[in-house]
Design a protein around this ligand. Structure first.
Ligand code: GUN
Length: 286
């Protein structure tokens, strides 16, 4: 048996199309959604992500601003930029690219963002709203995963979902979203006992640990839906390539459906960022 591939590239292009249509409709009222991205330092991977965010934001018809601060920028300088963006009515979404340099208190920076403009969904208020099932800004990667799961499976209620990884960015919000869909949710992590058996119980397996090919096919229940959030760079025959947290070649023989890496979850993250920016703009304009 070979699993169906869940095509995140095609799906994200549909989502971006819907966002662009929403932006076009707003423009008839003279409203243009705007996203400000803040990058501190010169991490090459972050620079690529930020550039791609800018390109796709403009392609959707939105305003895009990039604010680049040097690696040695002070906490006060960053806080003052956030205050400016909070006060700017043309800015509907603010994203501070992570990781931040070590001398910066990332939690304080995130919690200084106006929660209504927190398109990452990382502000403590949005975390609390999501955790209590209220209207929140939802973190982009888990939101993209949920969209793909709903598209593939329809009603998720009663399914056993296992999320491997407990990060604030992916694992925890993913578990909250799946609970909101009435799944029976397990969060597994590095201390989990008998991780293979826990994974084998999953109808839905979400891998978000950041360890290349950690989950082999024999940890996967036959027919399960596998969402691989990992984007790991490995050296392979003298060249660098991207692999997920799931060992794709063995998993594809067992799963019912699986997201490839690249081309699965990755493209959905920016599409959901654009969707969140549109949502923030609509809420700001009643
Ligand atoms: N760095 C890696 N992923 C993310 C993300 O989703 N949001 C932000 N702000 N930074 C990141």
């Amino acid at each position: 048996m070979s699993a169906d591939l869940i095509d995140g590239k095609a799906f994200s292009s549909r989502v971006r199309g819907l966002v662009a249509a929403g932006v076009a409709e707003l423009s008839q009222q003279g409203i243009v959604p705007g996203l400000a991205v803040v990058l501190v330092g010169e991490d090459p991977a972050s620079e690529v992500y930020v550039r791609n965010k800018g390109i796709q934001t403009r392609e959707a018809g939105m305003n895009s601003w990039e604010h680049k601060l040097p690696a040695e920028a002070s906490q006060a300088a960053l806080m003052s930029l956030i205050a400016e963006l909070n006060a700017d009515p043309a800015v509907h979404g603010i994203l501070v690219q992570l990781p931040l340099p070590k001398h910066i208190d990332a939690e304080a920076v995130i919690n200084a963002i106006d929660p209504a403009k927190d398109v990452d969904g990382f502000h403590i208020l949005n975390v609390g709203l999501l955790g209590t099932g209220q209207k929140a800004m939802v973190p982009c990667t888990p939101l993209g995963c949920l969209m793909m799961l709903r598209d593939r499976l329809g009603d998720l209620s009663g399914l056993n979902a296992v999320v491997v990884g407990r990060s604030n960015i992916v694992g925890k919000p993913m578990a909250q979203l799946l609970l909101g869909e009435s799944c029976t949710v397990t969060i597994a992590h590095s201390r989990t006992k008998d991780l293979p058996a826990v994974c084998r119980s999953a109808d839905i397996l979400v891998a978000a640990v950041g360890r290349p090919r950690m989950i082999p096919g024999d940890w996967i229940k036959t027919g399960a839906t596998v969402i691989d959030v990992g984007i790991n760079r490995i050296e392979d025959g003298g060249r660098t390539r991207l692999v997920g947290d799931v060992d794709f070649d063995s998993a594809v023989e067992v799963a019912g459906a699986i997201t490839p890496v690249p081309g699965g979850v990755g493209p959905m993250t920016i599409a959901c960022l654009l969707a969140n920016t549109l949502t923030a703009c609509c809420r700001a304009n009643g």
